[in-house]
Design a binder for this molecule. Structure first.
Ligand code: HEM
Length: 428
């Protein structure tokens, strides 16, 4: 294992900060929290804005000002742990990932400064407005096609399989430059990474995920080599050229690793955001009719979903040095859990915070894309995809509704949130 391995297992953290309140039973993996995190997060925050969660082994920070202070002080609060498995890996998974050629390096979210800044300059160029504009027609036409297929199957339909899973996957694959003929293969490999880094998979599940990660990494390496020889108008080609022109800023292994990381970053959180948007809008019939009639309402409606029912409700950091948080002395090496679920519903920032309001003036004040040097590079793409789906669905299917009496299951993990299945119906 080297300093910048993509996924690391860290030494045991120090004991809870002296004098800090300790919660012995709460965990983001508790059933009631997975089903509805918001009332629990609010109650925990009201009791202790900063506390130590024994089950999770993290110091939990719940208020917006503390979250922003942490995100904007990358020297004290490093992001190196954000892709690490939360719980120790089983030996079988270890063995697979010890393959000598499994060597992706930390490049974006989990790479410290100053390297991260140099890598980000070149990656950010790939996320230009021009590239987004060229992707938009693809997102629109693919959304129409997937809706056509859903309609052909008849009402009701399971919406994740029909649209919310394939669309963001295929969009990020086109963005990177993967050929459409590999879509099914890629979707199979990339669908379960959240269990690995943010969940508590069984040893057998870990082995399966590790095998997928290894296969996907090998694919990324072959793909990058092939792109090097045959460039196109895509992010991978741009990164390869940037690497050749700036070998001191960006290594070839880092280019391969960016490609490896992006397909997860750009996929599941968008699938969940599209579903969460429908969960918010469809039961509120006036809102569904309003966005169908006036697409200009949609960008703010999507910001409100990101505040009220985000697809990412936490993130992590680790202290690099002794520091203070919430009046407590926090030793170096303490893992921090930043709880977006409480901060995004803070009553002093949003009046009546538990009400969903597509016209809320400061909806976009949420923290769902982070802040500071690691601010989400794909925020615009995620929003554009969700906006386009909302626009097309609300115009083509004004009668679209959630199937009544369905129960929503949430995949057990500490960070990402969206239903595992979402049944929708419409009038034929
Ligand atoms: C709703 C969907 C999404 C959410 C909620 C989300 C959220 C986040 C968050 C919270 C961070 C960490 C910010 C920090 O540490 O300060 C992040 C980083 C990142 N996201 Fe996203 N993201 C989404 C979609 C995407 C998409 C579509 C892409 C790319 C295609 C993407 C690429 C990235 C990258 C590359 C980083 C690391 C940036 C860096 O470290 O410089 N994300 N995202």
């Amino acid at each position: 294992m080297t300093e910048h391995d993509y996924h690391q297992e860290r030494p045991a953290p120090p004991p809870p900060p002296a004098g800090c309140p300790v919660d012995h039973s709460w965990s983001p993996l508790n059933d009631d929290y997975l089903a509805d995190p918001y009332p629990v997060a609010a109650a925990l925050s009201a009791e202790h804005p900063v506390f130590y969660a024994e089950e999770l082994g993290h110091l939990v920070v719940t208020r917006m000002d503390d979250l922003e202070a942490i995100f904007t002080d990358h020297e004290t609060f490093a992001s190196v742990n954000v892709q690490d498995p939360v719980f120790p890996l089983a030996p079988g998974a270890h063995e697979i990932l010890s393959a000598p050629d499994f060597d992706p390096v930390a490049v974006m979210s989990n790479r410290p400064e100053p390297d991260h800044g140099k890598i980000r300059v070149h990656t950010r160029q790939g996320f230009s407005n021009r590239r987004l504009k060229t992707l938009e027609p693809y997102i629109r036409s693919r959304t129409h096609e997937l809706i056509d297929e859903m309609l052909a199957g008849g009402s009701p339909a399971e919406f994740i399989e029909a649209l919310a899973f394939p669309l963001p996957g295929e969009t990020v694959f086109r963005f990177i430059g993967f050929p459409p003929s590999d879509d099914e293969l890629l979707k199979g490999w990339c669908g379960d990474r959240k269990a690995f880094s943010w969940g508590r998979p069984t040893p057998a599940e870990q082995v399966e995920i590790a095998e997928h990660m290894l296969a996907y990494w090998r694919y990324c390496r072959d793909f990058t080599a092939e792109k090097r020889a045959n460039r196109g108008d895509d992010l991978a080609s741009e990164l390869i050229t940037a690497q050749e022109e700036n070998p001191d800023d960006l290594t070839y292994r880092e280019v391969e690793s960016i490609i490896y990381g992006l397909s997860f970053a750009g996929h599941e959180a968008v699938t969940a955001l599209i579903c969460n948007t429908l969960q918010c809008l469809l039961p509120r019939r006036d809102d569904w009719a309003a966005v169908g009639a006036d697409p200009e309402l949609i960008p703010n409606a999507v910001e409100e979903v990101l505040r009220f029912n985000s697809s990412q409700i936490s993130w992590r950091r680790i202290t690099t040095t002794d520091t203070e948080l919430g009046g407590h002395h926090v030793p170096a090496g303490t893992p921090i859990f930043l709880n977006f679920a409480s901060a995004n519903r803070q009553a002093d920032l949003w009046p009546d915070p538990d009400r969903f309001d597509i016209r809320r003036p400061n909806a976009n004040r949420h923290i769902s894309f982070g802040k500071g040097v690691h601010y989400c590079l794909g925020a615009k793409l995620a929003k554009v995809e969700t906006q386009i789906v909302t626009e097309i669905l609300s115009q083509r299917l004004p009668s679209l509704r959630l199937v009544e009496d369905q129960t929503f299951d949430y995949f057990p993990n500490i960070t990402f949130r969206g239903p595992e299945q979402l049944y929708v119906a419409w009038d034929d």
